[in-house]
Design a protein. Structure first.
Ligand code: NCD
Length: 307
């Protein structure tokens, strides 16, 4: 079955990807790199971007990718201006918007939102963040970044640090990595460790991982450190957030402990978990990572929406 056929309902969860699917779409993403010509593969197509939660990179890179492929974009970037504000359901919203577009990118605070949208839509749905659940296209662009930086996914030593409980990018990234022989170090305060269901999945897939609270001891063995923001908006109790918010700040001093091929990544937005003093280091690749959102999303859109 072709990628297009397999993902005809869209991209909802990283769990749907086999190793072959990932390798295939990463190769397509690679081919889009530095290809800034305005192609016309999606000429006449319309993408709807329905963002019920804040976004900078995800929405703008999807929209930019769509325009760069010759397509057009409609949508909204806050739930406040759509009829959901009046009480309309996601199902009715989707059944309406599918009449106006060829594909829908949706971000919503509910974990099951993208899945629900796909149930009602006859056009592809792309999950651009579903609550604290998943964010599969971010994870694909993360992998593209890692391989473009010269690392192999098999044998990769990666630290994933921060809010592992609520961070949806972390969930999708570790699911995709479960298709490779990566060694994963999950680094977080106890309260923000991976949830049981996420660990069960990784164990079932025989992923080699360790959970630790301190990152300094392992800095010299890491190829990649993937840092994430504490997801303030997901905490039910602000005191719980206050207890963990200053848990770690990666500094210049930490960078000095890393090996020559080490790279530090972050899906962004960063609050203060990475000190700005290392932004100019060639080992800091979080803004490059944001760039890779364009070729990766061009590849995804071209694959899902072209004739
Ligand atoms: C992330 C998200 O929305 O999950 N941002 C992104 O899409 N690059 C990470 C975050 O908000 O911390």
């Amino acid at each position: 079955m072709s990628f297009k056929e397999k993902f005809k309902e869209g991209i909802i969860t990283a769990k749907d990807f086999s190793r072959e699917d990932i390798d295939y779409i990463l190769q397509k993403g690679k081919e889009m790199i530095h290809n800034n010509k305005k192609a016309d593969v999606l000429k006449g197509k319309i993408l709807a971007t329905l963002f019920f939660e804040p976004s900078t990179r995800t929405r703008l890179s999807f929209e930019s990718a769509m325009y760069r492929l010759g397509g057009n974009v409609i949508g909204f970037h806050t739930g406040d201006v759509s009829s959901t504000k009046k009480g309309e359901s996601i199902a009715d919203t989707i059944r309406t918007v599918e009449n106006y577009s060829d594909g829908i990118v949706i971000r919503h605070n509910l974990e099951g939102a993208a899945r629900l949208a796909a149930k009602f839509a006859k056009i592809p749905i792309i999950n651009a963040g579903s609550g604290s659940g998943e964010h599969p296209t971010q994870a694909l662009l993360d992998l593209l970044t890692i391989i473009q930086e010269g690392h192999k996914l098999d044998g990769l030593n990666i630290g994933i640090m921060g809010d592992l409980k609520y961070g949806r990018t972390v969930h999708s990234l570790s699911i995709l990595l479960s298709n490779y022989e990566a060694n994963i170090y999950f680094i977080s305060p106890k309260d923000l460790m991976l949830r049981k269901r996420d660990k069960d999945y990784l164990q079932q897939r025989q992923v080699k991982y360790k959970e630790i609270e301190k990152y300094r001891d392992i800095l010299n063995i890491l190829d990649i450190l993937y840092v994430t923001r504490i997801q303030k908006e997901r905490f039910a109790d602000i005191e719980e957030y206050d207890r963990v918010k200053d848990f770690y700040v990666f500094t210049k001093k930490d960078m000095a402990e890393t090996n020559d091929n080490f790279k530090i990544m972050h899906p962004l937005p960063r609050i203060k978990e990475i000190s700005a003093e290392i932004d100019d280091s060639p080992k800091s690749i979080y803004f490059k990572q944001a760039y890779y959102g364009i070729p990766m999303r061009k590849a995804i859109l071209a694959e899902l929406l072209s004739n």
